[in-house]
Ligand binder design. Structure first.
Ligand code: ACO
Length: 151
C-alpha cells in the first residue's frame, strides 16, 4: 500500500501511548469508558506477555506526538487446517481530523504483513456495510454475515 507519509510513524503500541491519546482515537470507533492509566498498563502488560497473540500498532503524528491511528491483530490457534493460525483484525480507528489520508490502509497493510509473516492462513474481520468499500480497497472481500449476541 505504498509508503507512509514522512510526518507519521507506524510502530507497536507502547505504555506512553496512554498519554499520547490512543484511547481518544478509539472513542471514534465505540464506547471506551473511563480507563485509568493503571488499568491501561495492566491490560497492556497482559497483551505483551502473550507474545505472538496480540499485535497492537499505532500511527503517531511526529509534529504533535499524538496517536492518530490504531489497529489490532489477534492470532487464534486452531485444530483445523493442520493446527493453523487465523488472524483477526480488530478495533481499527483513525482520528477524525486525519481520515482520508491513507493512514487506515497503512494500518491494515501492516497488520496483513504481520499476519502473513507469522503464518496465518487467513485474516478475518467484521465491519459495518458503511466500511465495506474501505476494506475492499485493502484487498478484503465480503465472506458472509456477522452474527452477534450481546451480554
Ligand atoms: N467508504 C468508502 N471508501 C472508504 C471509506 C468508507 N467508509 N473509508 C475509506 N475509504 C477509501 C478511501 O477513500 C481510500 O480510497 P482511495 O485509495 O481510492 O483514495 C481508501 O479507502 C483508503 O482510505 P484511508 O484514507 O486509508 O482511510 P482512513 O485513514 O480514513 O481510515 C477508517 C478508514 C479506519 C474506516 C476510518 O474512517 C475510521 O477510523 N472510521 C471510524 C472508526 C471505524 O469505523 N473503524 C473501522 C471499524 S471495523 C474494524 O475495526 C474491524
Amino acid at each position: 500500500s505504498g509508503k507512509l507519509a514522512p510526518d507519521y510513524v507506524l510502530r507497536p503500541l507502547q505504555l506512553s501511548d496512554y498519554r499520547a491519546g490512543v484511547l481518544e482515537v478509539l472513542k471514534d470507533l465505540t464506547t471506551v469508558g473511563d480507563i485509568s492509566e493503571e488499568r491501561f498498563t495492566e491490560q497492556f502488560e497482559y497483551m505483551r506477555a502473550r507474545q505472538g497473540e496480540y499485535f497492537v500498532i499505532i500511527i503517531e503524528k511526529i509534529a504533535t506526538g499524538n496517536v492518530v491511528g490504531v489497529g489490532s491483530l489477534l492470532v487464534e490457534r486452531k485444530f483445523i487446517h493442520e493446527c493453523g493460525l487465523v488472524g483477526h483484525i480488530e478495533d481499527i480507528a483513525v482520528a477524525k481530523s486525519e481520515q482520508g489520508k491513507k493512514l487506515g490502509i497503512k494500518i491494515i497493510g501492516a497488520l496483513d504483513f504481520i499476519g502473513k509473516k507469522i503464518g496465518c492462513y487467513k485474516i478475518i474481520l467484521d465491519c459495518s456495510p458503511h466500511n465495506e468499500q474501505f476494506y475492499v480497497k485493502c484487498g478484503y472481500s465480503n465472506a458472509g454475515f456477522e452474527m452477534t449476541k450481546r451480554f
